[in-house]
Design a protein around this ligand. Structure first.
Ligand code: FAD
Length: 410
């Protein structure tokens, strides 16, 4: 009998399992997850769940009944320690072995650890990374009014936690090594908008801040201050590190799969080995839209790659062509990003930064390649269409508020 083993019970793993059944796969479907419980959503972990406005019951991606109805088995607290491609089996850390006819690697990524002087082997009790529900619960317990939180990293996670912590009444300092926040992903205009918003909310923003040392207290179990290379000593009651994620590729490498900034797959999520697929954060796929390879860390990507893998396994191959998109919530601001702005040579602004409602359009050689939309939910569908189509008409029309983007996209 056919048996699809899905390693990893995150967003990609959950979607692959459901999509396999929807595509008519009749064999056994087994999700092997090293976490407890049902597959859950990670985005709220730095947003509403951390802020306490969304409960744990709202985190699962789907209710248990959906998996039961689709005869999908979930093996919790089970870590795969090795892949055996010859015998078509996976080895679990507890010694068990599971056979497969199709293997899907949905093992995600993990938080990059801080490499800095002063940190020993053991993670201090008040130093946090944010990847799992357990991480978010642990951090939330320490988000106590009046405490001094130092955030290392001005990417999405750092900024989202800053907003949640500020709401909870903490004193927040954010250290960013680059000259601006979100430097890797947005234009300077958008970075400066977010810097102003955070400063106005009372966050102390320190740009160009290179960490030199972490100082532990007398017990050696808690951080009491962070020192930057310019000699500043920043006292901390707790610390959140958000300095990026690393793809989990070790299992694949050990099994001899091709790995290059993620497990290398094609547009059907197929790896270099027969009947072995990789999806979501851990994989690196060819983008039809941009003509390059991408490793993306986003929910829409996890879902689309999972669907491509499931369709291929079920014998109805449908390539992954969807346009990448992403979102981030900070304060009253909903940022929605369509496309990838890599290599842009022109930025056009539509709307008003002062009114906290605008779009930054990114163009390359006159062609629209991406857009950052702040509080522009109504226009987002049209913007996605324009990016997907690579709009190359009169660029000034994009910035002109009296021109309907819906009409432009039609
Ligand atoms: P993961 O969700 O990482 O799931 C992989 C699973 O595999 C994990 O449970 C892991 O423990 C398990 N696993 C790993 N190795 C093994 C093994 N050997 N055996 C068994 N199990 C294993 N994306 C957005 O689009 N919008 C957002 O606003 C957003 N916000 C985010 C906020 C936070 C705090 C975080 C952490 C991420 C956010 N993301 C956001 C990114 C998004 O959550 C990820 O891109 C998505 O979860 C990737 O899904 P995945 O299934 O590929 O990987």
């Amino acid at each position: 009998q056919a048996c699809a083993v899905i390693v990893g019970g995150g967003h990609a793993g959950s979607e692959a399992a459901i999509s396999l059944r929807q595509n008519g796969f009749e064999g056994r479907i087994l999700i092997v997850s090293d976490e407890p419980g049902l597959p859950y959503q990670r985005p709220p972990l730095s947003k509403a769940f951390l802020a306490g406005t969304l409960g744990a019951e709202a985190l699962p991606i789907r209710p248990a009944a959906t998996y039961e109805k689709a005869a999908i088995e979930i093996l919790n607290d089970a870590s795969v320690s090795a892949l055996d491609l010859d015998s078509r089996s996976v080895q679990l850390a507890d010694g068990r072995r599971l056979g497969w006819t199709h293997l899907v690697l949905a093992i995600g990524s993990r938080a990059r650890q801080l490499q800095v002087a002063g940190l020993g082997e053991r993670q201090p009790d008040n130093l946090h990374y944010l990847r799992s529900q357990a991480d978010s619960e642990r951090l939330r317990e320490q988000l106590v009014e009046g405490q001094r939180l130092v955030i290392v990293g001005g990417g999405y996670i750092g900024l989202e936690v800053a907003a949640a912590a500020q709401k909870a009444g903490l004193q927040v300092t954010l250290l960013e090594a680059q000259p601006r926040v979100l430097a890797r992903v947005t234009a300077p205009d958008v970075s400066s908008f977010y810097e102003q918003v955070h400063c106005a909310a009372g966050i102390e923003l320190r740009l160009n801040a290179q960490l030199e040392q972490v100082c532990l207290d007398a017990s050696g179990q808690a951080v009491e201050a962070l020192v930057t290379t310019d000699g500043a000593r920043i006292p901390a009651d707790l610390v959140l590190v958000g300095v990026g994620a690393i793809a989990n590729t070790e299992l694949a490498e050990q099994a001899g799969l091709v790995v290059d900034n993620g497990i290398v797959v094609d547009e059907f999520s197929r790896t270099s080995a027969a009947d072995v697929y990789a999806i979501g954060d851990c994989s690196n796929h060819p983008s039809m839209l941009y003509g390059c390879r991408l490793r993306l860390e986003s929910i829409p990507n996890a879902i689309e790659q999972a669907r491509a893998a499931a369709s291929a396994i079920a014998g109805k191959p449908t390539p992954y062509r969807a346009m990448p998109w992403f979102w981030s919530d900070q304060y009253d601001l909903k940022l929605q990003i369509a496309g990838i702005n890599q290599g842009y040579d022109q930025v056009l602004i539509r709307g008003s930064k002062a009114l906290r409602s605008f779009v930054a359009f990114y163009l390359r050689e006159g062609r629209l390649i991406a857009a950052d939309c702040v509080n522009r939910q109504q226009e987002f569908m049209a913007i996605k269409k324009l990016v997907q189509a690579g709009f190359a008409g009169n660029a000034e029309l994009l910035a002109n508020e009296s021109v309907s983007l819906k009409d432009l996209a039609a």
